[in-house]
Design a protein around this ligand. Sequence first.
Ligand code: ADP
Length: 504
Amino acid sequence: MQIARPDSAVEKILPGVADFLDSQLTMVIGDQKVAGESGQTFPVFNPATGQKLADVPSGTAQDVDKAVTAAQAALNGEWSNMLPADRQRMMLKLADLIEANGEELAQLETLNNGKSVMMSRLIEVGASADYIRYMAGWATKIEGSTIDVSIPVPPGAKYQAYTRKEPVGVVGAITPWNFPLNMAVWKIAPALACGCTVVIKPAEETPLTTIRFVELCLEAGLPAGVVNVITGSGAEAGAALTAHPGVNKLTFTGSTETGKIIGVQAMQDMKRVTLELGGKAPMVMFDDMDMDQLGIAAGIGALFNTGQTCCAGTRIYAQKGIYDKVCDFLGGMVGSLPMGSGLDPVNQINPMVSAKHQNHVKSCIARGVEQGAKPMLNAGDYDGEGFFVKPEIFTDVDQKMSIMQDEVFGPVLTITPFEDPDDAIAMANDTRYGLGASIWTTNLNTMHRYVPQIEAGTVWVNAHNLPDQNMPFGGYKQSGVGREHGRAALDNYLETKSVCIALG
Ligand code: ADP
């Protein structure tokens, strides 16, 4: 079948990328590339053109079962006998392989997800390699503690206790489409550092870089079955992975709705679970903010990845003294950002990931207008090829409107004035979400006074949307359960065993 690719793109498609797309794409179970039990496939698209890129296996419950069995065998085999230093060495090699294949991975991600190839290089490749190296360091630093105990029986007895940290077991990882490779790495790297094995199910929209990554895991020398990938739908492959009795821990990034389904299933089986879910992040801008930072607030805080990030600071609250200036600046800037294929690094507004998501964002904009918010840019519909949405900024927005309460996950902002800072914080917290937030001020007292009052897992000050591998990341309220990154992430992949020894 003819596969359409954007020939007109500024960056030429590398031969390795074209070859990968022309090959028969497979899942990886153990050390085998497999087409899956059903023999069925599903298409994945290039969001910049709307055309098909490749066909990918539709994984079934049977495939999931095989992958979990492979992961269990690996857990009890060679992998468990490896020294932490061996795991570390392999992870470092994996990071090197990601960089060595970086240009291909970056283009593949941009073709499949639509994002700017600059972002693919920086985040999907660069930050992923860094993340693996960071977690590789932890592989050799996992430790328990010695514990003094006061057990009084039998009289005169003495005990010594200590804790061991042991791998939780087989990890079922389910990832979203907005940062496909990076999210896979956020889950797989700490799992490997802790000695776990993994079955990953990438989002149906964007499975390509995860398939390639798992192939690289084998190249890096990870034993068969340590990392397996099942492609397929959430309803079938994702649900089968969630419910599989051989999975010990689930880690999920995605929508709050799906997170709740996975959380309920996890509790039924008492699987360990971490959920990183939706957001509706506020950016609270005080009169004394450095106005030169507005460009950063808009470009990185709100529109990074064309707004397709769970921390996107799309609810802007601007104090009365700067409100007009904020509206003028953002209106001018956002309305003039170049829009187009991510393969042209000049473009800062790239497509939505899918036709379905494009329709979702368009319907959020339409509902905003219907409910009486004022579209500052009056951008209107995009009617060319690909899944683009023209950015929009709403003013005159009521807190109760869906544009203020529901996650859009696109280039759509609201700007709301406030006079009293306490009102701004109340509005910022008036959401079921609590993932990220920021305050913008040059006054230290303002910062220290309001940071503790914000209900969010991460609060940036004069910055927004910048995670770090060493900084715990996760949500308050309906934005999730647990934390990723840093030392905190390791506990998600470890069980604590207490050992109590009666001394003779
Ligand atoms: P979106 O609505 O943006 O596609 P989702 O939260 O539904 O976000 O998807 C994130 C990930 O969850 C994807 O890999 C998807 O296939 C998976 N998924 C969706 N539904 C389920 C489900 N019922 N069980 C397990 N995984 C699911």
